[in-house]
Design a protein around this ligand. Structure first.
Ligand SMILES: CSCCC(=O)C(=O)COP(=O)(O)O
Ligand SMILES: [Mg+2]
Length: 228
């Protein structure tokens, strides 16, 4: 029996366009002001240092604060899944959700599927490149209301990249299950390949704009519900 259903966010539970056309531009618009005004916030201090360390490693350049901000903006454009960027984006989005500037998009089939999973006695977990903080926000302030009581686990890139087999092995270890007891849903073939190599069952979500692959696919969770 599958004990944990693990979900990617962008392109799986949530429209890619919400992430790329609402969340990312909002974080770009607010980045400079946010960093300048919160540069002593402990999470921001660490994130700034992480950006400096990465750029030193990759380009052998020492960055001033404005150059750090430029680098963060460059990484938003490039959709780089860097932990420091994801931390700061989560903090910025917290402000946006609190001010009701936007609500977290979830496809209409997502919440009923979570409910079916819980009714069957299994659990729901999230694994996204967005920070755990950002994940809690998207589901906490979702268009379907607060979905966080339905979610038992959140994982971000602190367990490793989503295309690495070891990340899925670590997730299984952390939840105390065998990989065979976990099923992972994502729109990205490389993520599914890594989860499958770790021993998890996998299904690809073919949402608008997704490229199909060798993996078994569904266009909506409604189809998968029939197998549970
Ligand atoms: C947690 S919502 C924002 C998602 C995000 O920042 C991102 O980069 C999308 O990553 P995913 O792993 O869900 O494709
Ligand atoms: Mg995705």
């Amino acid at each position: 029996m599958i004990k944990l259903f693990l979900f990617d966010i962008e392109g799986t539970t949530t429209d890619i366009n919400f992430v790329h056309k609402v969340l990312f531009p909002y974080s770009a618009k607010c980045m400079q002001d946010y960093v300048l005004h919160h540069q002593t916030h402990p999470l921001v201090v660490d994130a700034i240092q992480e950006v400096r360390d990465t750029v030193w490693k990759e380009e052998k350049r020492q960055l001033g604060l404005y150059e750090v901000i430029d680098k963060l903006l460059e990484w938003i454009k490039a959709d780089r899944k860097h932990r420091a960027l994801k931390t700061i984006q989560g903090l910025i989005w917290d402000v946006g959700y609190s001010k009701n500037d936007f609500k977290g998009h979830v496809y209409p089939d997502t919440k009923p599927f979570f409910k079916t999973i819980l009714d069957k006695g299994s659990k729901v977990g999230i694994y996204s490149s967005g920070s755990v903080h950002a994940q809690k926000l998207i589901f906490g302030y979702s268009v379907e209301g607060d979905m966080t009581p339905m979610i038992s686990y959140y994982f971000d890139t602190n367990v490793g990249g989503k295309r690495e087999v070891s990340s899925y092995q670590k997730i299984a270890q952390e939840v105390g299950l065998r990989p065979q007891e976990i099923h992972f849903f994502s729109d990205i073939a490389e993520e599914l390949a890594a989860a499958e190599a770790a021993g998890m069952g996998v299904t690809q979500l073919l949402r608008p704009g997704t490229k199909s692959s060798r993996f078994e696919s569904i266009t909506s969770f409604d189809t998968f519900k029939n197998y549970l």
